[in-house]
Design a protein around this ligand. Structure first.
Ligand SMILES: [Zn+2]
Length: 501
């Protein structure tokens, strides 16, 4: 082996290694650099016990085999494919099976109306006798309990289902109205307006449907079940707390909706003692006048004042490129109670030097976490501050792909955040409307597409620990979630080693 002699400076995140190599082999130097990179990436600070080490070997054997296969048959390798096309292969993955069983901690970025699987909704939530479909003023199909909202002939869903020649086919047709899936996602990716239009249409279709109080309750009970089924034991849910209507002609206001949701969560916790809870980030559209924004913030402050440990913060939602910049509302947003937090969506864009300045405003407004932060690596002044101030980035790989920001997730900018051990959490955004569920699919993409090939169990453990660390919890809740995580993690390791999946 050729010996080389030079001065290498490898600058780590907090460490400066100076390796003066008088007589060091090329390969030794190479390995040192690889090790140095690994130690400064997400998971680099975690040490594994001997049991974890064994589980890690099983996981990594599966990962390496799947990656080797992926080089040979890239057309069947999900990490290099669009989720809509790769999911069929992903379901056969051993790595995915292990990730499904992984205790994932908390889901910190999900929007309530996009969280529950569309299949479950069509099969279980459209069975009440008084649910109808009809067209709205723009010809869009909507589900409604109130026929007065219709601009076309109404169809009773129960009767149509009974009369359908093929019940399953009928349900599949209905489901298309509340799901983003398309056989040819490549036809959508060039036109973001099309993607966002389809996305907004889904929520117009279900607006009246989900605002019916009994549907709201059943929907949110299912939401909690789907979290548990995916080994998630805490969530912070973005919700506009839209007023609900019932059979008694009375409308429930946002605070009453919050009370209703809290009661559902408490009931669920009583039946699932390991579930730590769910809290709400109050959301409003990112478009409007400053007066409207001022009004939203008055409502938020009242809600937060009434339920400070349940309504924990505020965020603005909608397509950032076409919405109003955060900067427009700075005066309204600077007057907040000290216990309330911002969790702004920011930098969910392909632009550089335009919409992405929302990242700067989010930072100046003291955001607790950043939703997406897709454009963050383009801004060295902003990302270095984000890191110093330990502001977590809520990374949603599948969402970014479905919404057209990136085709091949190996090119996702969070690769940089992972290599630099940023405080990231992996989140799901709207899993129910694109055939994902909980966090497993996003974790799979993070592990197989975003992280380095040799990222292992330490990476996955760090993601779970981060989700707990960056949650808004009281000290008592934190003690509980740590206890639950510890117990579930040990069970998980035992099951991996004993091939219990
Ligand atoms: Zn979001």
């Amino acid at each position: 082996m050729r010996k080389i002699s030079w001065l290498w400076l490898i600058i780590g995140l907090s460490t400066l290694f100076v390796i003066e190599c008088a007589e060091i082999s090329y390969d030794t130097l190479r390995n040192k650099i690889i090790d140095a990179e690994r130690s400064v990436a997400v998971g680099g600070n975690i040490w594994l016990t001997s049991a974890e080490d064994k589980a890690n070997s099983i996981l990594m054997n599966a990962k390496r085999a799947e990656m080797a296969e992926g080089v040979k048959t890239p057309e069947k390798f999900p990490p290099a494919m669009h989720f809509f096309q790769g999911k069929q292969y992903l379901r056969q993955s051993e790595v995915f099976r292990i990730i499904q069983k992984l205790p994932k901690g908390a889901l910190l970025h999900g929007h309530n109306t996009g969280m529950v699987s569309s299949r479950w909704i069509i099969t279980n939530l459209t069975t009440l006798y008084n649910l109808y479909t009809c067209r709205d003023v723009n010809g869009l199909l909507m589900f409604t309990y109130e026929q007065s909202k219709c601009h076309s002939e109404v169809q009773n869903v129960c009767l149509e289902r009974i009369n359908a020649e093929d019940r399953r086919l009928y349900e599949r047709q209905l489901e298309k109205h509340i799901n983003m899936y398309t056989v040819h996602p490549e036809s959508m990716i060039t036109d973001k307006r099309k993607i966002w239009q389809r996305f907004y249409n889904i929520f117009k279709s279900v607006e009246n449907f989900y605002s019916y109080q009994p549907a709201f309750c059943n929907y949110h009970k299912r939401l909690l079940e789907e979290l548990c089924e995916d080994n998630i034991f805490y969530a912070e849910l973005r919700s506009p707390l839209t007023p609900l209507y019932g059979d008694n002609n009375r409308t429930m206001n946002a605070l009453e909706v919050a009370n209703e949701l809290e009661a559902i969560v408490e009931g669920f916790k009583a039946r699932h003692p390991d579930f730590v809870g769910l809290k709400v980030i109050y959301t409003k559209p990112n478009q409007g006048t400053v007066d409207e924004m001022a009004q939203h913030l008055i409502t938020f402050k009242q809600l937060h004042d009434a339920k400070p440990n349940f309504i924990i913060g505020f965020d603005l939602v909608g397509q950032e490129d076409t919405g109003d910049p955060l900067h427009k509302f700075v005066n309204e947003l600077t007057d907040m109670p000290p216990t309330a937090n911002f969790f702004f969506h920011a930098g969910e864009t392909n632009w550089f030097g335009k919409t992405d300045w929302n990242l700067m405003d989010a930072l100046l407004l003291n955001t607790k976490r950043i939703g997406h932060g897709y454009a963050l690596p383009k801004h060295p002044n902003i990302w270095s501050t984000v890191k110093k101030r330990n502001i977590a980035i809520e990374v949603s790989p599948i969402s970014n792909q479905v919404m057209g920001l990136v085709w091949d997730l190996r090119n996702h900018p969070a690769t940089f955040l992972i290599a630099e051990n940023f405080p990231i959490v992996i989140t799901a955004d709207y899993p129910g409307i694109w055939n994902s569920k909980g966090l497993s699919y996003d974790f799979y993409y993070a592990f197989m597409a975003l992280a380095p090939a040799e990222a292992d169990l330490r990476f996955l453990k760090q993601l779970a620990l981060n989700s707990i660390k960056y949650s808004i919890l009281t000290s008592e809740e934190r003690r509980k979630i740590n206890r639950v995580f510890q117990k579930k993690w040990e069970e998980f390791i035992y099951n991996v080693i004993n091939l219990r999946f």
